[in-house]
Design a binder for this molecule. Structure first.
Ligand SMILES: *Cc1c(COP(=O)(O)O)cnc(C)c1O
Length: 325
């Protein structure tokens, strides 16, 4: 499906992020901002890591999901399609708010992912990814059961919720010269860029995506939405998206300063640094922003740099393989 521009849907603003912050207070973790002298010495900067790998469900996606669901009546039922962090985030948020949740995932999804979603009390619907489109499966449930679809990134309340991660980072670390943010469909960076431009206007926001799926980088520099023909082959499973969305593309164009890509090998090196030096388990997508710094892709010498460490959900058997690589 090619995302279409919908001029009637309005873009979120910083006010929406401030509101989201009030809704999330006491419910989402205010995750720690960590530093490492070794990392600082390697890149020649003062780096502040916002540890969303320590967020509820192990990723920032809880912020957007809870913010979106808390704006619906408790009697509403919600549905989403995601075998990853967004599915778990919707399941937990719905559980906390006493709402019914349905998560559509491929029958090939790992049992642990299904178990995590079901553990929060959500109903899992399987589809055959070879024969069916997940959007169509979800749409059929929307029509039959009157559920509200909450997509993983192209939704104003989801974007506003994700932006609270950057708001907290700037509140806790102080003014920043740069903020580096992982990019999949662009919900996280859209919210973070809105927050950064409101709270630290001179902060340059840099998006980092996997080299195997460089659509957002090409979209940013060509100012035309680029859509990949197939799902990118990368270990960064949280960024296996084929394009930005109708809301996230304009927000990225107007608030992000730079986009760049990083190869999977660099993600593994960054994950290893996090584990060895900072005792943090970070998933491949969560290591995107830090890996760009370790690769020297941005000249941040003597700057104050914020890095969003977006998630920590990784199968431990895979993790051992990444460390050995
Ligand atoms: C979803 C996700 C991303 C990408 O977020 P978008 O809003 O799709 O750009 C990055 N890191 C992790 C851990 C994720 O789960």
């Amino acid at each position: 499906m090619t995302p279409m521009f919908d001029p009637t849907s309005s873009l979120p603003t910083y006010e929406d992020i401030a509101d989201a912050g009030r809704r999330l207070a006491g419910i989402a973790h205010r995750t720690p901002v960590m530093t490492s002298r070794t990392f600082d010495a390697l890149v020649g900067a003062r780096v502040f890591f916002k540890c969303e790998n320590l967020q509820r469900i192990g990723a920032f996606k809880f912020r957007g999901a809870y913010n979106a669901l808390s704006r619906l009546p408790a009697s509403a039922g919600v549905i989403t399609y995601s075998s990853g962090n967004h599915g778990q985030a919707i399941a937990l948020a719905a559980n906390l708010l006493g709402m019914r949740a349905v998560v559509v995932m491929p029958s090939s999804a790992p049992t642990v992912k299904r178990a995590a979603v079901e553990g929060y009390g959500a109903h899992v619907v399987h589809y055959d990814s070879a024969r069916e489109q997940r959007e169509e499966v979800a749409q059929a449930w929307v029509e039959r059961e009157g559920l509200t679809l909450i997509p993983p990134f192209n939704h104003a309340d989801v974007i506003a919720g994700q932006g609270t991660a950057a708001k907290e980072l700037i509140e806790d670390a102080g003014a920043l010269d740069y903020m580096l943010v992982p990019v999949g469909g662009g919900g996280l960076i859209s919210g973070c860029a809105l927050a950064a431009k409101a709270l630290a206007p001179s902060c340059k926001v840099v998006g980092v995506e996997p080299a195997a799926g460089d659509d957002a980088t090409r979209s940013f520099y060509s100012k035309q939405l680029q859509v990949l023909a197939s799902v990118p082959d990368t270990i960064a499973d949280g960024a296996r998206t084929t394009s930005l969305g109708s809301l996230t593309f304009p927000l990225v164009l107007s608030h992000v300063d730079r986009m760049l890509t990083t190869p999977d090998a660099a993600l593994m090196r960054a994950m290893r640094f996090f584990a060895e030096r900072m005792k943090l388990i970070v998933e491949p997508t969560g290591a995107l922003a830090a890996s760009a710094l370790l690769e020297g892709s941005v000249d941040v010498r003597a700057a104050r740099v914020g890095v969003i460490v977006s998630g920590g959900n990784v199968d431990l058997r895979d993790l051992a393989g990444y460390f050995a690589a």
